[in-house]
Structures are given as structure tokens and as C-alpha cells.
Design a binder for this molecule. Structure first.
Ligand code: FE2
Length: 267
């Protein structure tokens, strides 16, 4: 049976864009040498997700984002204070191993974060991809009003637990070149310069005036979703891919991190 270290080595050895010395893709808790028979994969290691994985008999949880709310390898800031104490205590008591797969899976071709998100939205005809990394891509779609494309995106993300999207731009303007990115590394000026007319961004990576309003002034429409929404299709693919690579292990995908919901005004 493999252990967390071997699964990590598999991911890093196939990710030449990752610096092994600087990556945040490290073991966050537990014994990395422990043999594992059942492994959970998730986007965020929320407390509910960790409990669910443990209840399901998983010895290892592979998450894409931090466990202790800090984008750094050791994640020390919140470990010794609540709510980190509760999480750390549960991990200590259960022995559950946590491995982060972020830098590797972000740019993994075809089934990584960007390409899975695009495929989930039904974007198949790629007309541009950033060359120095696998972060940004532009797709061709039949020309349509922004409100029609935004409705399509909203209908798709409903399946991921998000009940709507936020849109900037004239609802009737015609769009035909949507661009996607990798989580917080959303498509920006570079893709606008080469023809993107509607950008799919996430709130965590696109604050209002620093990013979205600027891109609006640059001429793009902007559709924004939650960070996890844009990355969950990639994590479902990671789960499936690891199951193919490590057939002796059972892999289970969990998506029960808390998801925001919307209250529409009643007047
Ligand atoms: Fe992310």
C-alpha cells in the first residue's frame, strides 16, 4: 500500500513547474509514512470534511487549499489558537494524515484546475493558452448576449452548490471569447489584450476596484464565482486520476465545505 509521501512524490515528479523546495504541497498533519487503504480528496479541508473523511474510514485526506487558513507550507499561524486548536486536536487524536496538492494540480494539463473548470462549463474550443504556465485560456463560443452566457454559467455552477453568479457588464453586449484561469490566478489584462471579452474570476482573486473594475474599464465583462466553485471540477478529476494511478487504494471525493448562499431582495 502507498503512503502519503509516495502519493506526493508522484504528483511532484509529474509537475516540472513546481519547485520541491518552495512548494506548499507538503504533509500538514499525521505520519506521512503510514500505509493508506482509503483516501479522501477535497477542495478545502474544512472541519466537516475532515470528520466526514474520518467517519468514512479514510486514513489520508488530500486537500487543494490550506487546512489552517494560511498559504504557506507549515501553516503555523492558526494551529495554536481556535478554531485551529480544535482541528489540530482532532487530527492528533485520529492520526489522520493531511497532504496538500495545490501547486502540482493547479497547472496539471487537461485534467488540472483550469482545464477541468473549462470542461465543466462546456468550453471546448480553446483559441489561446498562456505559454509560460497553464493558468489562463480563452475559448470560442457562439456569439451571444452576456446575460445568456452568464445564465449558462449560473446553471452549471448550481450543480456545484453555488446558487448564482455576479456579473459586471452590459447584459445585452455580445460575447464570444470567454477566458478562465486557475482559482485566484484569474485571467487578466494579458488575455484581454489577445481578445478575451468575458472573464471568469473568483472573489478571492478579484477584489472590486483592484481587479474587476479595472478589467471592466479595459473592456471585458466579468463573471465572478466562489473560489471553490471554480476549482471543484479539478479536484473531482484529481480523485479519479489518483484512483487510476493507485488502484490498490480507494479514493473518495468530498465536497462538503461550507458554501455561501444568496438572499435576493424581496422588493
Ligand atoms: Fe485555489
Amino acid at each position: 500500500m502507498p503512503n502519503a509521501t509516495q502519493i506526493r512524490e508522484y504528483l511532484l515528479s509529474n509537475s516540472p513547474w513546481v519547485s520541491p523546495e518552495e512548494t506548499v504541497d507538503t504533509i500538514k498533519a499525521g505520519d506521512a509514512q503510514r500505509d493508506v487503504t482509503k483516501v479522501a480528496v477535497c477542495w478545502y479541508a474544512a472541519m466537516d470534511t475532515i470528520r466526514s473523511a474520518h467517519d468514512a474510514g479514510c486514513e489520508l485526506l488530500i486537500c487543494h487549499e490550506p487546512t489552517f487558513w494560511e498559504h504557506a507550507a507549515p501553516e503555523t499561524v492558526w494551529r495554536d489558537k481556535e478554531p485551529g486548536l480544535t482541528k489540530q486536536r482532532f487530527l492528533d487524536e485520529t492520526g489522520m494524515v493531511i497532504l496538500r496538492a495545490h501547486d502540482s494540480w493547479d497547472q496539471w494539463p487537461r485534467i488540472g484546475i483550469r482545464d477541468s473548470w473549462a470542461a465543466f462549463l462546456g468550453l471546448t474550443e480553446r483559441v489561446f493558452a498562456s505559454e509560460d504556465h497553464n493558468c489562463h485560456a480563452i475559448f470560442a463560443i457562439p456569439e451571444q448576449p452576456l446575460r445568456v452566457f452568464a445564465q449558462h454559467v449560473a446553471d452549471r455552477v448550481r450543480l456545484l452548490g453555488e446558487d448564482g453568479v455576479r456579473v459586471m457588464g452590459d447584459a445585452e453586449r455580445l460575447v464570444s471569447r470567454p477566458a478562465v484561469g486557475v482559482g485566484c490566478i484569474g485571467p487578466g489584462q494579458q488575455v484581454v489584450d489577445v481578445g478575451a471579452d468575458v472573464l471568469l474570476l473568483c472573489y478571492d482573486g478579484a477584489s472590486y476596484w483592484a481587479v474587476r473594475e479595472r478589467l471592466y474599464e479595459a473592456g471585458a465583462a466579468v463573471i465572478t464565482v466562489e473560489h471553490g466553485t471554480s476549482e471543484m471540477p479539478g479536484l473531482a478529476n484529481l480523485c479519479q486520476h489518483l484512483a487510476e494511478q493507485f488502484p490498490a487504494v480507494e479514493f473518495v471525493y468530498f465536497d462538503n465545505h461550507p458554501k455561501p448562499w444568496t438572499v435576493m431582495s424581496s422588493t
